[in-house]
Design a protein around this ligand. Structure first.
Ligand code: XEN
Length: 356
């Protein structure tokens, strides 16, 4: 049988297969509250057979939202809408997860379909913060305020409190977002981190924010539940964050109790030349898995059932996370099982049985 449909156990959580829904921003929340849109978006993919359903980058503080439409977990009122989604996802046989994030200098932007540029703080936007007062550029041109040490500690506390709310909502798989040029990644990358204190400079100092935040979250996140970190494994820019650094960071995160690295790339620089193609980030997942001895998830232009099955078969990653392909086909896992001839085929929900 294709190993793509073999169960995967991480801590006390077992996924029915190796297929996850990658966290995808919907920009459709109101005041950080997930809406019916999120229930249908995430619920449909649980119905479609995904093993893991990860909700989008969810802001730990209002100023950490990418856009005014981002989901959040910065207040207790935001627990219930997420809890409703978790209950539905579990009822479909999938595991519900959430990605916690802070956008840093990429915050306060218009939704992509409204242009994606920074919103002014005297309009719909808000003041933005980052490791250093360096703008991203290309429409995200506002210069962020460099975080003080007190403010860094405050953001880390926000991650902890948001994680506690996720737990209260019934989330069983927690991912910390340290990729795609958002706050955690902004600390890691020399392109965005120009600090001269203990949070910037050499590798040890640039990783401090992510390592400390992870340690503080792991301290309250139950040992029985997986904690994962998404990394941009390279900036694809000379002088930027590298795959070698990602391997070493993964080793450190393993000792902090991280269970899996979700291996993406890019997002730190608008001028990066990224060789986008089928499975282009898979080699990062393979290297970290092999050299850091940690489970990995592969993501990025994984679209074909045979391609996904190969990644798992060749032990390049423990999981595949699909993003845009899941938008095209919420039933991708059921279709993949049929194409791969998986026996016995996974059962769709009873009301859909006659279509499969
Ligand atoms: C390098 C960008 C990867 C794709 N995106 C990721 C997002 C939102 C915008 C698009 C994220 O991680 N929240």
């Amino acid at each position: 049988m294709s190993q793509l449909f073999a169960p995967f156990t991480l801590k006390s959580v077992t996924l029915r297969n190796r297929i996850g829904v990658s966290p995808m921003c919907m920009y459709s929340a109101r005041d950080g509250l997930m809406t019916d849109w999120h229930l249908v978006h995430l619920g449909a993919r649980a119905v479609g057979g995904a093993g893991l359903v990860l909700a989008e980058a969810t802001a730990v503080a209002p100023e950490g939202r990418i856009t005014p439409g981002d989901a959040g977990l910065w207040n207790d009122g935001q627990i219930d809408p997420l809890a409703r989604i978790c209950r539905f996802v579990v009822a479909q046989g999938a595991v519900p997860g959430v990605q916690l994030g802070h956008a840093g200098r990429k915050a306060s932007a218009a939704r992509p379909w409204e242009g994606g540029a920074h919103l002014a703080s005297d309009g719909e936007g808000w003041d933005i913060v980052a490791p250093s007062a360096v703008a991203f550029g290309h429409g995200l041109d506002r210069v962020p305020q460099a975080l003080t040490l007190e403010e860094i500690a405050r953001v880390q506390s926000d991650f902890v409190t948001a994680a506690m709310r996720a737990l209260a909502a019934g989330v069983e798989w927690l991912e910390l977002h340290a990729a795609h040029g958002y706050l955690g990644h902004q600390f890691l990358s020399p392109l965005s981190n120009r600090r001269t204190d203990e949070y910037g400079g050499d590798f040890e100092r640039r990783i401090r924010f992510v390592v400390e935040t992870t340690r503080r979250v792991r301290a309250i996140w139950p040992e029985r539940l997986p904690l994962t970190v998404r990394l941009s494994c390279t900036d694809w820019v000379e002088g930027g964050w590298t795959i070698d650094e990602s391997v070493e960071l993964a080793r450190r995160l393993k000792t902090e109790g991280v269970d899996l690295i979700d291996c993406s790339s890019g997002g730190a620089s608008p001028t990066a030349k990224i060789p986008v193609g089928p499975g282009y980030q898979v080699p990062f997942a393979a290297r970290i898995r092999r050299e850091a001895g940690l489970a990995t998830a592969a993501v990025g232009l994984i679209t074909e059932p045979a391609q996904a099955a190969d990644i798992i078969q060749q032990e390049q990653a423990d999981l595949v996370l699909l993003a845009r392909e899941f938008l095209r086909d919420p039933n991708w896992p059921l279709r993949a099982a049929r194409e791969l001839g998986v026996m016995p085929p996974p059962r769709p929900p009873a009301p859909y049985l006659r279509a499969w």
